[in-house]
Ligand binder design. Structure first.
Ligand code: UDP
Ligand code: MG
Length: 320
């Protein structure tokens, strides 16, 4: 008896891509069922992340045509990470294996075969890693790769060039559920779960239709979220910076005292004004970083739900 696979796809205003993605994935399912890699109760789970366009209507229509397509709809837009999480936690109720991927087919669906193979070899988590980024613009490639480097310096243990294309076993998702933090940064949390894991390489494609839902502003806030929800290193860096500046100021004090006793006390206006600006800027920056963490603590203490499901379409009984 082969395992039941659910593929979870977060969708935010994706009406242009849904039909094609569903078609491609169903074809893949036929192939996988034929070669007995997965159970024929396997399904595709679309998560509508509060889209304002026809995304949900299309999901319903696809479900009516083929029962292997199911969906959940969130009550409002909660962002990619929460949509993926909502889908995984829902899928886990029926599935043995869950794969998460983007709905725009930028993640090569042919990597699924290799992921399943790694799973059957005894891995609980299989990370999809981009081998090349030829199809990405220079800007996207540069910002994304810098992101992984900065994250690692800042103390988050990320798998380099792995986004959210990954396979997880039911057991691994049950452990993920125990991380009850509201500010969930999946890429950083999943490696913390442990278990045997492996990597599968794939080539990142271009988005075949529609536009990216990750403009620069969202990418920056995603990076800040990632760093501050994973580590306290930035706060430690501030202390180090404060200490270094204090040491420098002692050196400056000794220097000016020497100048004073030598009778050469014509101190320049420019150096004074520069230090005022520099120190002022640093203080504000430090306060900002600390504020960022305090804001997180504030939000975490509220224990707000990460998402609210408005509607579920799936035609099977839960096997919880
Ligand atoms: N997405 C989502 N909620 C959002 C933004 C994006 O569910 O608020 C989904 C989107 O539909 C897609 C995936 O997240 O399936 C990745 O988004 P996108 O392809 O726009 O990002 P990019 O590949 O350009 O980084
Ligand atoms: Mg994309």
């Amino acid at each position: 008896m082969k395992e039941i696979l659910y593929i979870v796809l977060p969708c935010y205003e994706e009406e242009e891509v849904l039909h094609e993605t569903a078609f491609q994935l169903l074809k893949k399912y036929d192939e996988l069922i034929m070669e007995e890699s997965i159970n024929n109760e396997s399904k595709i789970l679309f998560v509508n992340d509060g889209s304002k366009d026809k995304t949900w209507e299309i999901i319903l229509e696809l479900h009516n045509k083929d029962k292997r397509i199911s969906g959940i709809s969130l009550s409002r837009n909660r962002g990619h990470q929460n949509a993926v999480l909502a889908g995984m936690l829902e899928a886990k109720k029926y599935a043995d294996i869950v794969i998460t991927m983007d709905v725009d087919l930028q993640d090569d669906i042919n990597a699924i075969n290799k992921m399943l193979q790694r799973y059957y070899e005894g891995n609980d988590i299989v990370y999809g890693v981009r081998s090349k980024r030829e199809k990405d613009t220079f800007f996207k490639k540069f910002t994304a790769e810098s992101f992984y480097k900065i994250m690692n310096i800042m103390g988050g243990e990320l798998v380099f060039n792995h986004a959210d294309y990954r396979l997880m076993s039911k057991r691994a998702i049950e452990c993920l559920e125990k991380f009850s933090e509201v500010n969930l940064f999946l890429r950083g949390i999943v490696p913390m779960i442990g278990f045997k894991s492996d990597i599968v390489y794939y080539e990142r494609q271009e988005r075949f239709a529609g536009r990216s839902k990750y403009p620069l502003k969202k990418m920056i806030s995603f990076a800040i979220e990632g760093i501050t929800s994973l580590s306290v290193k930035p706060i430690r860096l501030i202390s180090t910076l404060g200490l270094s500046i204090f040491l420098i100021s002692i050196v400056m004090l000794i220097y000016s005292l020497i100048r004073y006793f030598m009778g050469k006390t014509i101190i320049g206006w420019s150096s004074l004004i520069i230090s005022i600006w520099a120190i002022g800027g640093l203080i504000l920056l430090a306060l900002g970083v600390i504020g960022e963490y305090i804001g997180k603590i504030y939000l975490e203490t509220k224990h707000r739900p990460r998402y609210i499901i408005k509607e579920i379409i799936n035609d099977v009984e839960r096997n919880e």
